[in-house]
Design a protein around this ligand. Sequence first.
Ligand SMILES: Cc1ncc(COP(=O)(O)O)c(C=O)c1O
Length: 390
Amino acid sequence: MNDNTFVNHPPEVPVPADSRPLVAPIYQSVKFSFDDSRETLRFLHGEREGFFYSRNSNPTLRQLELTLAQMQGREECLLVGSGVATIAATLLSLCKHGDHVLAFVESYGPTRYIVQHLLAKYGVTHTLLSIEDLTGIERVLRDTPTRLVVFESPTNPVTKIADIEHLTTHARRAGCLTVMDNTFAGFHNHGAYDVDIFLHSLTKYASGHGDVMGGAIIANRPLIAAMRKDVVSMGPTLDPHAAFLIQRGLRTYFLRYERECANALAVSRYLHGHERIARVFYPGLETHPQHALAKRQMKDFGTVVSFELDGGFDQGNRFADALRLFSITSSVGSTESLVMPPQLLGGQEFTAEQRAASLIGRGTVRLSIGIEEAADLIADLEQALRGAFT
Ligand SMILES: Cc1ncc(COP(=O)(O)O)c(C=O)c1O
């Protein structure tokens, strides 16, 4: 065999069954091959276990799927290349022409875009309410046949808390599916509620280090099996190396999340007492209007703290520019702290009524709290607040 042939057929290195790696290898292979055509056909007909083509399934992805399904308290998981891909794939897979969807003003921007523009192209109608409008939710679910309701809690950026039991009870009664983007609350929250489908951006807390993107759709076996067919056909597969990095990040998920929550509480308590801050939004504060609901629904209160700065865009920008430990950028759930000044918080397309419901004002600032020392974060916030007003 010539070397140019040989390098395309490298030697196999069998690993004995009793010599196990503690970290599973990355199956960075697009293709898997059986011994002969008969076995290949048996696999393709669902008559035997195995892997064949990584757009459909891959052992590295499978390990991550099993881990995330268990963490969220459901049977099955389907991985895709980003958090947004979970939303698009789920809604496109579950809805058809003539269906109606209930979504919320407080929903993540791309979720609203998918509902209002992408689904609309295929004849799917929608209603957009405030997540706080409980009577509106009851009315829509009672009066309008609805295929699914898609929601988040805590919401971005002002950490409103959805009443999950209220939503799931009325949705179940109406025969409507519930889809919860649980990215902000994490896999350890909300699993006990009667939610049909959980979505997560793995770009955030799961991987935790801001160096990889991914998304997970988590539900019972029949729902994922039905969705897997559609989603695999659309092709938004996660790469095995990305799955490996996310699996590695998960080892410190609970440590990071716990530390970030403790820091977020310390930061929100500091901000709450500040004379230049009109209002602090953090569900862990007793002054948060839905603190009791958050306490009932969640094991902790999340890592996002927002507040209304006295002043407007200028003060918000000056404050963000003066921060040294918080980088101005989107995303949450990284080990380092981040800030979004008011002009970057989106919602430009809102009507006046929707803007009022969103609670995003000209002085709203969002912080994503990292794992640094709380005292250092507070000192940085203090000097930046001083800088913003002098
Ligand atoms: C609640 C929520 N869902 C989904 C996403 C999208 O995730 P990704 O950036 O991985 O597409 C984000 C990103 O900020 C988010 O905040």
